[in-house]
Write a protein that binds this ligand. Structure first.
Ligand code: ADP
Ligand code: MG
Length: 618
């Protein structure tokens, strides 16, 4: 057994241990590792093949088969053969209701809001259990091929997977006996396999086109400072290479005048036709005509006809690409790299249309079925500490808040808060007649926003002019399960409202989070004292503002001596504000307060007293 030591200070691995990269696919799964030559390599255990069909079969006597052997039961024993389990991971019955007929096995749940279960015979399995069986198969194959225990893995998921789906993937890994070091987005992994993102200096915009067996995803990524950010995702969860096969079968049914209903009852023949269709589709890579027979059924197809059959489907994927670009607010010429992923991108028409749409050569040098797993292996290598690169993170472990006066961070959602979560606070204006309020959203643990990470900024406009401290501005943070933060600002007296959405988890790396947390501990003492100075200064500035306003408005009701003394005390406070001495500032505030209280008490109207109590943003 390989020994591993862990550096307790950093929590990172000290010694090299094989960490595998796993592409847990809807149709096919596979596992890869970094070989002794430092190159990513897919695992082909005992010549069983690299791809493990993501299919699980339960036999009558309880035996479980995974992969190719299980795939053979898809047609002959559909109730006991689970395919496409990835579609159910982390999903509730409510989520999948609309396409439950897609599954030939029994998907159930009593409570529509909780996660689905699958009923096989008299047993119930969760999608996590089933995915774990696939992962276990991959783990065993890797152990067998590499002749060493494999306990750690990086697993990929689609970029659009939400927290629940990501967590389910982690749980499946755990159940399979794997410590899941990182969940990585599939398009990120694919880019890594092409070496994109490994140079921290480069800034690039990448389109990842992933056409698999039953799903199509396009992701627009931006890589900057070694950080991947997902700008947009689009796709069709029911569009893939299986559709091409189906179209071919339908074509043969028509050409041979077969009865579709009759054929549906003949499972064996249906299966044969489907396999033949897939074979034909693949053959077009090197030949232009397929001429075959199943019994007395002619299975003839030429490449041009095939292209005509699939054209509408491919066109659909291009529309998704257009939508993704639109959402990312980019044009095709702003895309620097196009990466092809998924077995179906081997189809020549797909390649041609993607090339034409983006107007540039696409990356297809790496085997498209393997590219995600290979990238996951590179990420695993990074996790093992063998590379210094930094990568996309899947959770937000940092506090979220806004900037208040003096550049201080006011935390609204503290770190480690459970998602979804909601929190809010009320603010007011600091200046009379203030009609705009800048709301700057930050992430981080430091007391000063400038030490934290800015996520967004917007202006709440159209606040009716009121004395300082009068407006009531509610700021609400809503962090949903997908990690999207909605920030809403509403002025309660007028109903003026504005909101934005940001995704705090995008574009930040584990290393950065770790660094930010470390920094907050290291600087805690300094931060606190700085915060105290800033708070004192803010209070002082607020005080001066209020007093000067008061003199302007009500100067006539104050004696000349009082006015002169006030100016003198204000100057003294101003001088104190220029220092970092919070005690001095407080002292001067108190003195000014003492001096002005009598006449302020005489006259100070509600507005001003309100302003002094209110917490202000600007
Ligand atoms: P997923 O990511 O959904 O698990 P894959 O990336 O493994 O799926 O893609 C599987 C699909 O790729 C299947 O529909 C398969 O028929 C198709 N495919 C594999 N090889 C070829 C090929 N040479 N030409 C066309 N399609 C292919
Ligand atoms: Mg895939």
């Amino acid at each position: 057994m390989a020994k591993v030591s862990i550096n307790l200070a950093t929590g990172s691995l000290q010694k090299e241990e094989i960490i595998v990269g796993i592409d847990l696919g809807t149709t096919n799964s596979l596992v890869a590792f970094i070989n002794p030559d430092k190159n990513p390599q897919v695992i082909n255990d005992a010549g069983k093949g690299v791809l493990v069909p993501s299919v699980v079969h339960f036999g009558q006597t309880g035996e479980v088969t995974v992969g190719n052997d299980a795939k053979n039961y898809l047609i002959t024993d559909p109730q006991n053969t689970i395919f496409s389990v990835k579609r159910l991971l982390g999903r509730s019955y409510h989520d999948i209701e609309n396409y439950k007929d897609f599954f030939s096995y029994k998907v159930i749940d009593d409570n529509t809001e909780s996660l689905v279960k699958i009923n096989v015979g008299d047993k119930f399995y969760t999608p996590i259990d089933l995915s774990a069986l696939i992962l276990k198969e991959l783990k065993e194959r890797a152990e067998h091929a590499l002749k060493t225990p494999v306990n750690r893995a990086v697993i990929t998921v689609p970029a659009y997977f939400n927290d629940s789906q990501r967590q389910a993937t982690r749980d499946a890994g755990k159940l399979a006996g794997l410590d899941v070091l990182r969940i990585v987005n599939e398009p990120t992994a694919a880019s890594l396999a092409y070496g994109i993102g490994l140079n921290p200096e480069e800034t690039k915009t990448i389109a990842v086109y992933d056409l698999g067996g039953g799903t199509f995803d396009v992701s627009i990524l931006q890589i900057q400072n070694g950080i991947f950010e997902v700008l947009a995702t689009n796709g069709d969860t029911f569009l893939g290479g299986d559709d091409f096969d189906r179209l071919i079968v339908d074509y043969w049914i028509e050409k041979n005048n077969l009865d579709k209903a009759e054929l549906a009852n003949n499972r064996e023949l249906s299966q044969q036709l489907r396999l033949k269709a897939e074979e034909a589709k693949k053959a077009f890579a090197h030949q232009s005509l397929v001429n075959d027979k199943i019994g007395d059924i002619w299975c003839t197809l030429d490449r041009n006809t095939f292209n005509e059959l699939i054209l509408p489907k491919v066109q659909q994927t291009i529309t998704c690409c257009q939508n993704a670009l639109r959402d990312a607010k980019l044009t095709v010429d702003q895309i620097d790299e196009v990466v092809m992923v998924g077995g179906s991108t081997r189809t020549a028409l797909v390649k041609k249309m993607v090339f034409e749409f983006f107007g540039r050569k696409v990356h297809d040098e790496v085997n498209p079925d393997e590219v995600v797993a290979l990238g996951a292996a590179i990420q695993a290598d990074i996790m093992a500490g063998n590379r210094k690169d930094i990568l996309l993170l899947d959770v937000t472990p940092l506090s979220l808040g806004i900037e208040t006066m003096g550049g201080l961070m006011d935390v609204i959602i503290p770190r480690n808060a459970k998602v979804p979560t909601k929190a809010g606070r009320q603010y007011t204006t600091s200046v009379d007649g203030q009609v705009n309020m800048k709301i700057a959203v930050y992430q981080g643990e430091r007391d000063l926003v400038k030490e934290n990470r800015k996520l967004a900024e917007f202006n709440l406009k159209g606040i009716p002019a009121m004395p300082a401290g009068f407006p009531k501005i509610d700021i609400n943070f809503l962090l949903n399960a997908d990690g999207i933060l909605k920030v809403q600002a509403i002025e309660l007296r007028s109903g003026v409202k504005q909101e934005i959405e940001v995704k705090p988890t995008y574009g930040i790396t584990d290393d950065q989070v770790e660094q930010m947390l470390m920094d907050s501990i290291t600087h805690a003492k300094d931060d606190v004292s700085q915060r105290m100075v800033i708070e004192a200064r803010t209070e002082g500035e607020q005080m001066i503002y209020t007093v000067e306003r008061f003199l302007q408005k009500h100067g006539s009701s104050v004696t000349q001596e009082e006015t002169a003394a006030t100016h003198q005390y204000v100057e003294a406070l101003k001088a104190a504000l220029a220092t970092d001495d919070k005690d001095l500032i407080h002292k001067k505030i108190d003195e000014l307060n003492e001096l002005t209280r009598p006449f302020a008490e005489r006259l100070m109207d509600q507005a001003i007293s309100h302003a002094m109590k209110g917490k202000s943003i600007e």
